[in-house]
Design a protein around this ligand. Structure first.
Ligand SMILES: [Zn+2]
Length: 315
């Protein structure tokens, strides 16, 4: 089982550098950066004078004129080209400096310096070539680590699901807790004797019907969602909402579902987290809901999930 903190987010988001203090990972990451620096040094060597004088090349040797580096038509154009080339080279040098001063490399330089001091100023003798491509190795290690995290998350969720489904009356407790919170704009009605609920978003005029689907050994193995329309057809907005809710994770989890459908209670006032607008160019509201990244939940406390709103085109 998980420690006292669980994350529902995928590995990419929950997997910041701070959590990667694994030493092999650190070593490979530092070596990859050193390799990148070395590549840059070779590039920088070409700057003087070839790089800076590039616009002169087609003038001295018209055979070398290209679409990207044509013969300058006037001295003024040539001057502008030389200026632009110089600015681009300065930017390259600045980029190199920022790589060099990367906080991760600081510890590498410190290490190198202490080794040189230990050996009385004797420089370490490298073999002169890179034995491995650390960029590739780093990618492999990242993938390995991410799949480990995913595996752990799957196991955690499986354990949660098993607990939630182990006892009769579990979802009724979830519903009770949700009702007690009194989420504004949301009214829930349970149908007596049936595993189904109606969740009304009073300000939006949408009523979700949640139906518990029984599974082997459990009264509710997952929740199915529809929208009550009576005789009318679903609106475009409702179809889009149902698409999003229907493709949610944790389909067994009523807490997650109730928080997700409630997050639509203010859809007409909730702007998109990506473009920060309420309606997009197609006059559509943000109908997508994505669990906020890196939500932490204390063990033993009832969870409350928070969602980000997005337009379907902004995902
Ligand atoms: Zn948007």
């Amino acid at each position: 089982m998980a420690a006292n903190q669980n994350s529902i987010q995928g590995p990419a988001a929950s997997n910041g550098n701070a959590s990667r203090l694994d030493s092999e990972f650190q070593l490979v990451s530092s070596l990859a950066k050193l390799q990148e620096l070395e590549r840059k040094i070779h590039e920088l060597r070409q700057f003087m004078p070839q790089g800076l004088l590039e616009p002169l090349v087609p003038i001295a040797n018209p055979n070398k004129a290209t679409v990207n580096n044509p013969v300058a038509e006037t001295p003024r154009v040539l001057r502008a080209n030389l200026d632009e080339t110089a600015r681009a080279r300065v930017a390259d040098v600045q980029h190199f400096q920022s790589l060099w001063r990367d906080p991760e490399l600081k510890s590498v330089w410190d290490h190198v310096e202490s080794r040189i001091n230990e050996s009385n100023g004797q420089m370490m003798q490298p073999t002169g070539k890179w034995e491995r491509d650390y960029d590739v190795l780093l990618k492999e290690l990242s993938q390995e680590e991410n799949s480990k995290i995913e595996q752990r998350q799957r196991e955690d969720e499986e354990a949660e699901r098993a607990t939630a489904q182990s006892a009769d009356g579990e979802w009724q407790k979830v519903l009770e807790r949700f009702t007690e919170r009194g989420v504004p704009g949301v009214r829930v009605n349970a149908e007596n004797g049936a595993d189904s609920l109606a969740v009304a978003l009073v300000r939006v005029g949408v009523v979700f019907l949640l139906k518990g689907i029984p599974g082997p050994g459990t009264p509710v193995s997952e929740w199915e969602v529809s929208i009550q329309t009576g005789s009318r057809a679903l609106t475009k907005m409702e179809i889009s909402i149902l698409d999003c809710v229907g493709s949610r994770p944790r389909k067994w989890d009523l807490t997650f579902l109730l928080d997700m459908v409630s997050s639509y209670a203010d859809i007409k006032q909730t702007p998109c987290v990506k473009c920060t607008r309420l309606t997009n160019d197609g006059a559509q509201l943000p109908t997508l809901r994505r669990p906020q990244p890196n939500q932490q939940f204390a063990e033993g406390q009832p969870r409350i999930y928070a969602f980000d709103a997005l337009h379907s085109g902004c995902a």
